[in-house]
Design a protein around this ligand. Structure first.
Ligand SMILES: [Ca+2]
Ligand SMILES: [Ca+2]
Ligand SMILES: [Ca+2]
Ligand SMILES: [Ca+2]
Length: 471
């Protein structure tokens, strides 16, 4: 009997490919941005990277915007049709309620089969991908303040913004990656590039700044559930199901033009801090991860896979009009053209057919959107409307509206009388340039490839940027 058991165990270990729930097996690169945990154990030294292998209890900080880690798995991570909610792997971080530090996740298939991540990265497009505030190629340069103790680290981006990674009293070591530990980081300055999402920092209470949770598709974002870790959270519901943590579907992968692509499996994952946000005494937003695991196919687990995402409102709304942005998803893929029904809790607020909110009184505003063909799928946002100090902005800034978004055949711009209009792709290529004498302008886009486009509108010396997604 004893020998039979032994034989059985040996037989099982010969079949590793049947056992899903593999952890990270290999680390390829760890290049953090400056941050309060960098150059200090346990989160921000080179050996921290290895702690995320083999389980979900490691400790790795990526630092502020652009810091990243690249890891891999022994076996391919399959985009398996029977995976629960379509989810193929999960990444675990250490988010708290109201303290999400989102990273964007990129995946790569080992197309040339050399075991190295030297193929093509595809971004997994999360819930904020289509927001007008998201930037595809964001570039931040950090400068080394020097010294052997903590000093604020200056940064600048390619748009001309500047800031600091501020020090805090809890972490007294230098925040700029040190030469001995991170030889690939130039000791004068270095630049990190990646996709960016805007963190709607909520500092309405002075004691605890909030980094609100994103809906789906980001690391260090959703709270952890319980083992077994190879049964994932449903990322389309607020509740933590099964393992919790951050669930990822390879089906969200988009190419550099923003088109969804089909990958049957991936081998490598890059996790990169996607925000640049400062949380007062909490320090900068910087992603932490503790491990990753792939998912066990199980067609007995199912749940809601549709969701609506509304772009966060400002914590305080101080203007009487606001362009709302709402996106419908099924299994995390954009569903353009879904009809949306709105509800507002204030009589003095209304939303028009172009999703423009108009509000004429101050108060606590709650807005709910529902899918017209399935009203059980909803999303809600709230804000405090405070019009007491509303500045009368020039007409041009208030009233330029671009719709629809996403768009297929045409876009329309209103409020653009006597305006110069220029439409470019994300690479800067110009697709339209013209002048509108009339209040409304229609531009044909049917012939353009799918992707994100920028429209710059110059009117009376004022410049406005609008962004839309062509499908
Ligand atoms: Ca999948
Ligand atoms: Ca965290
Ligand atoms: Ca390769
Ligand atoms: Ca959930």
């Amino acid at each position: 009997m004893k020998s039979m058991l032994k034989y059985g165990v040996a037989l099982l270990s010969l079949l590793p490919a049947l056992v899903r729930g593999q952890y990270i097996s290999e680390l390829f690169e760890y290049k953090p941005a400056p941050g309060q945990h960098i150059n200090a154990a346990p989160w921000g030294i080179p050996s921290s990277a290895a702690t995320i292998k083999g389980g979900v209890s490691g400790s790795l900080s990526l630092g502020a915007f652009g810091g990243y880690v690249v890891f891999g798995f022994d076996q391919p991570v399959e985009n398996h049709p029977n995976n629960p909610y379509g989810i193929d792997f999960s990444i675990f971080g250490n988010p708290l309620n109201g303290l999400s530090e989102p990273a964007i996740v990129y995946v790569m298939k080992d197309e040339n089969q050399n075991g190295l991540p030297d193929d093509t990265w595809y971004e997994l497009a999360g819930s904020d991908y289509y927001f007008s505030s998201s930037i595809r190629y964001y570039e931040v340069t950090y400068s080394n303040p020097g010294g052997s103790t903590a000093a604020d680290v200056p940064w600048s981006d390619q748009l001309g913004n500047t800031g600091f990674i501020f020090t805090n009293t809890n972490h007294t070591q230098p925040y700029y990656p040190l030469a001995d530990s991170f030889p690939s980081v130039h000791q004068d300055e270095y630049t990190l590039t990646g996709s960016y999402i805007r963190m709607p920092v909520d500092s309405s209470t002075s004691t605890f700044v909030k980094f609100p949770q994103r809906v789906f598709g980001y690391a260090d974002n959703q709270m952890r559930g319980s083992a077994p870790y190879n049964i994932p959270d449903n990322p389309y519901t607020e509740e933590v199901e099964n393992s919790g943590g951050d669930a990822f579907d390879i089906g969200w992968a988009v190419d550099s033009a923003g088109n969804y692509i089909e990958l049957d499996a991936i081998h490598f994952v890059k996790v990169q801090t996607a925000v640049m946000a400062y949380g007062g005494w909490l320090g900068e937003a910087s992603t932490e991860i503790t491990g990753a695991v792939d998912v066990e196919p199980n067609n007995g687990i199912s749940g809601i896979t549709k969701c609506l995402v509304i772009k966060d409102l400002p914590v305080k709304l101080t203007e009487s009009t606001h362009q709302l942005e709402v996106f419908a998803f099924d299994k995390g893929r954009l569903q353009p053209g879904q009809e949306i029904v709105w509800w507002v809790n204030m009589e003095e607020a209304e939303i028009d057919e172009n999703n423009v909110l108009t509000v004429t009184e101050s108060g606590e505003l709650e807005i709910t959107a529902a899918m017209a063909d399935d009203p059980t799928i909803t999303a809600t946002v709230t804000t405090t409307v405070d019009l007491s100090s509303a500045i009368e902005l020039p007409f041009a800034v208030h009233h330029i509206i671009l719709w629809p978004n996403p768009a297929k055949d045409v876009i329309r711009i209103s409020g653009c009388e006597n305006a110069a209009i220029k439409m470019t792709g994300i690479s800067g290529k110009v697709f339209y340039e013209g002048f509108s004498e009339r209040k409304e302008k229609t531009i044909r886009i049917a012939h353009l490839p799918p992707g994100v486009y920028l429209v710059g509108i110059e009117q009376d010396g004022l410049y406005t940027f609008k962004k839309f997604f062509k499908y």
